[in-house]
Ligand binder design. Structure first.
Ligand code: NI
Length: 160
């Protein structure tokens, strides 16, 4: 069967190389113009990569995780962070109600008192990406939430 990406990647060499887990190690060449290559090396240095291979592996994984999130298949995981002023009682009740309405998605949550006024809540979620997206949007949109973020990550089962 012809892989649908085979026209983009020319794989050669060394299917004899195996990692400890038995997975074959594939090497492939990438052609870049000198400016892009220079920019990439600068980016690698700025992001603490010792070598290009690990940087490219991480960029590929980032995109595979993005694919997982945009396709409807399987569960994904994520972390929702919220910063808010706990003096706003209605906000607190609202955030708790929203979480109870979506308790099937929430694995764990932690509340940290940042200072006299401000709280940081960290909510760890697992489930369908669309449902997680909806939950994060509702929490972020609650009036009084100063900052809300969703870190979209993977269950890891489809990523090597
Ligand atoms: Ni607090």
């Amino acid at each position: 069967m012809v892989d649908r990406y085979s026209h983009m990647c020319y794989l050669y060499g060394n299917s004899n190389t195996k990692r400890k887990d038995g997975m074959a190690l594939i090497r492939f060449g990438v052609s870049l113009d000198s400016k892009l290559s220079e920019d990439f090396d600068k980016w690698c240095a700025a992001n603490a990569y010792d070598n290009r291979s690990e940087a490219i592996r991480d960029l590929i994984r980032d995109n595979l995780v993005k694919d997982e999130w945009s396709s409807a298949k399987g569960d994904v995981t994520g972390v929702i962070t919220l910063v808010y002023d706990h003096h706003k009682r209605e906000l607190l009740d609202g955030l708790i109600s929203i979480q109870h309405d979506h308790q099937g998605l929430i694995i764990a949550s932690q509340h940290i008192h940042l200072d006299h006024n401000n709280c940081l809540e960290v909510i760890i979620v697992k489930g369908r990406s669309k449902e997680i997206g909806r939950l994060a949007s509702k929490l972020r949109a609650a009036k009084g939430v100063k900052h809300g973020e969703l870190v979209a990550t993977t269950t890891g089962s489809n990523i090597k």
